[in-house]
Design a protein around this ligand. Structure first.
Ligand SMILES: [Zn+2]
Length: 377
């Protein structure tokens, strides 16, 4: 039973996971935590696993209805909040509704868990409005704040939380841990980490998901064929690609719709509406993650081509498509490769400013095609 807890499956963060598991088993769960660690150290996955351990009733089994719904982001008593857009948490649109929500009784259990990503993006005024709730939430509520560094969080916020540190994992260690945990070959582990921006927990999910691995293969095929595509082909490939990467979200949508229906039947239309808004936010965050994978894979392919052109073969990530990359590397100049990489960064920027993912990917593929058509310039 001991090895089954989802917290034990967190990769590379034994100390943090051990501490959290102990607090659940000993019944010493605090009302507020601050998880600090650089991006990619698995804070959000740890927060979700901790929520499972708190809510499950079977030591965070990872398989029961509660655990499954927490993983999918559709458990009514476990909520993940993110800042809207890129700048900051919004006081009236986010923090005040959050404070009201925290005061409500749990829907189906005796506890509630709130995860606030990027707590470093709280301004003085939002933090001030939130302080009292953070200090004294209703019984049974646990609030978990996530931030890259302890120093990046306002001291008034940080001082009210139990701090849990997540340490940086060196890329080679991450690859080794991933290969050991999943049984993947070293090159598969490397490609999975490249696809997920180096986030170990997401790399584990990536290796576990046939549809996400299929999407990677599709992206790499598109990049190879881009120079022979006409405009229509580019748009079609881009559209098909997004359909493919968003396919796993269909299951989430179905689960969400069922939850809204159930909530409406028990509590009425207005409660259903509030839930719908929350679901929409969660879905947007997941869509961004999926599109982020498309961008990361594209970026790693371009970097590989650049590395091969400089005869740095050891640095190559996407070894399974090395032959196709050799062809590009034979002709591409560093300035041309950098222009293509700039197109990826531009797509990332556009998406962060709420441009539709489809438009951002369309534009990126057109820009990369242009570079691949004149790779020596
Ligand atoms: Zn469970």
């Amino acid at each position: 039973m001991i090895a089954r807890c989802v917290l034990d499956r967190l990769v590379g963060q034994k100390k943090a996971a051990g501490y959290l598991k102990k607090s659940v088993r000993e019944g010493t769960i605090a009302h507020a935590y601050l998880f600090v660690g650089p991006p990619g150290t698995g804070k959000k996955s740890a927060a979700k696993a901790f929520a499972c351990a708190i809510m499950c009733g079977d030591d965070g089994c990872g398989a029961c209805s509660a655990c499954n719904r927490i993983k999918k982001g559709v458990h009514p008593d476990v909520q993940v909040w993110e800042p809207e857009g890129t700048a900051s948490y919004l006081l009236d649109e986010q923090i005040r509704p959050l404070i009201r929500d925290i005061q409500l009784a749990p829907v189906e259990s005796s506890r509630k868990v709130y995860v606030l990503a990027q707590a470093d993006l709280m301004s003085d005024s939002t933090a001030n409005a939130f302080l009292k709730t953070l200090e004294e939430p209703p019984p049974g509520v646990t609030i978990i704040l996530l931030a890259p560094h302890f120093e990046s969080v306002l001291p008034t916020i940080a001082s009210r939380c139990m701090v849990v540190r997540f340490s940086q994992i060196a890329p080679q260690t991450a690859e080794a841990i991933l290969a050991e945990k999943t049984g993947a070959a070293p090159e598969e582990a490397k490609a999975a980490l490249a696809a997920t921006g180096g986030v170990l927990a997401r790399a584990v999910e990536f290796l576990d998901s046939s549809s996400r691995r299929e999407a990677r293969v599709r992206i790499l095929a598109i990049l190879k064929d881009l120079p022979v595509y006409d405009g229509f082909d580019v748009l079609k490939a881009s559209k098909d690609l997004l359909t493919l990467v968003n396919a796993p979200l269909e299951e989430v949508k179905i689960a969400q719709a069922a939850e809204v229906k159930e909530r409406e039947e028990i509590f009425g239309k207005s409660k259903g509406k509030a839930l719908e808004i929350r679901h929409k936010r969660e879905l947007t965050a997941r869509e961004r993650e999926s599109v982020g994978e498309v961008l990361s894979i594209t970026e790693s392919w371009l970097r590989d081509c650049l590395a091969l052109s400089q005869h740095l073969d050891d640095m190559v990530v996407n070894i399974d498509v090395i032959d196709a990359m050799y062809e590009v590397a034979a002709v591409i100049t560093p300035p041309a490769a950098n222009r293509a990489l700039a197109a990826v960064r531009e797509a990332r920027r556009r998406i962060s400013y709420n441009v539709s993912s489809q438009m951002a990917i369309d534009a990126m593929l057109f820009d990369i095609r242009e570079v691949l058509l004149c790779p020596r310039s």
